[in-house]
Design a protein around this ligand. Structure first.
Ligand code: ARG
Length: 489
């Protein structure tokens, strides 16, 4: 047997079993990361004297050729990418040199490091896309501070609001999502390398050096924790699931709003599909898939939680099964943020429908009751009863209000301070919105303030993102510089 992994302890193998054991398919995601980890590790081994500088150069040259060949050139009959790369290296530079790369490490710390390297980039890309989506929402909100629309509770017309106010609600959820992604990023961007199988190593290694070369901001210190924890994966997929849940609510609204019944928006053709039989159809399939893919990401989160629950310390092969769900959840979430952003950016608003619809269903009833309280001094509960009784019928006039209040409290409200002007004001939709100027309310000047504040916070998030991106790039640059100095020595 010439399988470099199995040839010592094991005498038999079976292609079916090997394929069952294999993570090769999923490992394509960590191809580049694995070579970076190898590079940082062998440089550190040379610097600490475990291998010679010549050996380091030869190994790095081999790794460089493997990198150029790409994932497709690897022998996929090996059970994972780590051993496949090592086997190829040994084939290229000989075992006397290539066989030294795996000193002072294990695939356990190696794979954990690779996952963190790839995931941190996915998190930064996601953060970037979320930020640009937030910017799009803030721009649309800015244009629609006075675009009236009905606000709903229980999907029934409740009170008038504006499109800007409605969109800011979605924006704020995504702003919190950015914080969650950042939190996951901080705890992902840590180095487990040097933990070896779990017990660290007796070689004189320098974990700080590999941490620095790979641009991690800290170590996952305890070597047993470092190889065995996947809590950063749970945290990341939780953040993905939260994003998807927030986006699925937006998707649901796009589906409803683009229906004949609502008619609030028309999706751009590129985000719609049609029917193979009904020629007239314009269906919101992208939004439907956003809604569905939320289920996919939720499933990934549940799978990961179920796989890692009750695993004893330290590394268990079960952990290999986690990674597929992670990459799937990350890809789906990234794709969905982009689609959602595109849908909003290109949709056509039917402002007339939005506005006329804001006035239906007696949506100003609350303001009428409030006005009665403010002008007559009646308790709110009594005003609520009077307006509620009026809402049952279809006549909404001051005379009708008097007739009903006579029946309920034995007084005409027009004799208690209510007049036609106050009555009309309460029923005016724009006036309703203008009066709701308490913090967070839909009054245009309050929404304006909120948009300004959010634009400021957005800039801060952009700064934070850039700091992290630069730190990662600095790390990668440092690694490449040192690598080049070995390659050209
Ligand atoms: N392919 C494995 C994973 O994805 C890493 C290998 C660790 N294997 C082992 N038998 N200790 O987790």
């Amino acid at each position: 047997m010439n399988n470099i992994l199995r040839r010592g302890r094991l005498n038999k193998d079976d292609p079916n079993v090997l394929s069952y054991l294999s993570s090769m398919d999923t490992d394509r995601h960590i191809f580049t990361a694995d070579l970076l980890v190898d590079t940082a590790h062998v440089i550190m081994l040379a610097e600490t004297g475990t291998i010679s500088r010549d050996e380091c150069t030869r190994i790095l040259k081999g790794l460089e050729n493997i990198r150029k060949g790409g994932f497709e050139r690897l022998d996929t009959s090996y059970e994972d990418i780590h051993i496949s790369i090592e086997a190829m290296l040994i084939e290229m530079v000989g075992e006397e040199t290539g066989g030294r790369m795996h000193s002072a490490r294990s695939r356990n710390d190696e794979v954990a490091t690779c996952i963190r390297l790839v995931l941190r980039n996915e998190l930064l890309t996601l953060l970037h896309n979320l930020i640009s989506f937030r910017k799009t929402i803030l721009e649309i909100a800015f244009e629609n501070k006075e675009t009236l629309m009905p606000g709903f509770t229980h999907l029934q017309h409740a009170q008038p609001t504006t499109l800007a106010h409605h969109l800011l609600a979605h924006h704020d959820a995504l702003a919190r999502d950015c914080q969650r992604v950042l939190g996951a990023y901080i705890r992902t961007n840590m180095s487990p390398l040097g933990s070896a199988a779990f017990a660290s190593t007796g070689f004189e290694i320098d974990r700080e050096r590999t941490r620095e070369l790979l641009g991690f901001h800290a170590l996952v210190e305890n070597s047993m924790d470092a190889v065995s924890t996947r809590d950063f994966v749970v945290e990341s997929i939780s953040a993905f699931a939260n994003i998807m849940t927030n986006l699925s609510r937006l998707a649901e609204e796009m589906i409803l709003w683009s229906s004949e019944e609502f008619g609030f928006v028309e999706l751009d053709d590129r985000y719609a599909s049609t029917s193979s039989i009904m020629p007239q159809k314009k269906n919101p399939d992208t939004a439907e898939l956003m809604r569905a893919k939320t289920g996919t990401v939720d499933g990934c989160l549940m799978s990961v939680l179920a796989i890692i629950k009750a695993l004893p310390m330290s590394y268990n092969r079960d952990l290999q099964e986690v990674t597929t769900h992670l990459w799937r959840a990350a890809a789906v979430t990234l794709g969905t943020v982009n689609i959602a952003s595109g849908i909003l950016h290109t949709m056509k608003l039917n402002k007339d429908t939005l506005s006329s619809s804001s006035n239906t269903g007696f949506s100003t009833a609350t303001e009428l009751a409030d006005t009665i309280v403010r002008t007559t001094g009646l308790p709110f509960r009594t005003a609520h009863q009077i307006v509620g009784a009026m809402a049952k019928g279809s006549i909404h006039t001051l005379e009708e209000l008097d007739r009903i209040s006579m029946k309920i409290i034995g007084k005409k409200l027009s004799e208690e301070g209510m007049d036609a002007k106050l009555f009309e004001g309460a029923l005016n939709v724009m006036e309703n919105v203008n009066r709701r100027s308490a913090v967070g309310g839909p009054a245009p000047h309050e929404v304006s303030r909120m948009i300004n504040d959010r634009n400021y916070l957005l800039m801060q998030d952009i700064d934070t993102l850039m700091e992290h991106v630069n730190a990662v790039q600095d790390g990668m640059k440092r690694l490449d510089d040192v690598k080049q100095s070995y390659l050209w020595r």
